[in-house]
Design a protein around this ligand. Sequence first.
Ligand code: FE2
Length: 259
Amino acid sequence: MKSVSKEKLTEILETIASPELAEEYDSERIGFVLDMMPDEAEIKKIAVCLDVTEKVLTDAAKFKADVLICHHNPIFHPTSKIGFELSKKLKIAFDNNISIYCMHTNFDKAESGTNDALSRIVGLKDVELLKIGAVGYVEKQSLDSFAKHVSNKLKTTLVYVGENPVEKVAVCGGSCFNKDFLKIAESLNVDTIISSELKHSDVLRERENMNLIDAGHYPTENPGMESLKKQITEFQILDEENILFIHDDIDLKAVQFVG
Ligand SMILES: [Fe+2]
């Protein structure tokens, strides 16, 4: 059974997405955020996920993962208290010796990161990565048909606003419906944005200027983590069966629609 040192794994992950790319607020939250291994440890199994949920940790424990690589840091805020939900998760990690390595805003901006994967999966051409998100083109089409296409590709229900034809599209995995990203998209003359967590005020302000497609947080970021699993596999540090991608779209399943 192949194994990889902690140092080598860190080197590879930093090659895929340099920690220096992380947003300033995020810079202390990248890398081993839970380190259960001495420096000389050898890693035999790796799991990759978006969110460190109880299900993900339970699956990682069954798989006997030494390291769980995630996008969202489970200990995001500096903490002096650990509540019941977090302690339940950390207990699974402690009991099973699972270290947690976080790749967040550095991976969003990496060449083969979150936004690159999202652009590819929705079929954008001539993609340019931006400081936040990415921009590219599709064959000119109606918003209805493009929204349907995005829903199929990301395997999710979605909501959308607007009436303009679609040709130049900005994407941003996660919650990028904010003033900063909307300004960037507007300055690039995009006609359509795909992101998540669309707000009432964005809809009112932008509905005539740009099409806004809210495809959800998990569906817009998860393709990046699936691609990360493939990228790690390509380094051939471990046998393929010892690297596992774990899905848990708990946030989507928890939401119910009525009416
Ligand atoms: Fe996110």
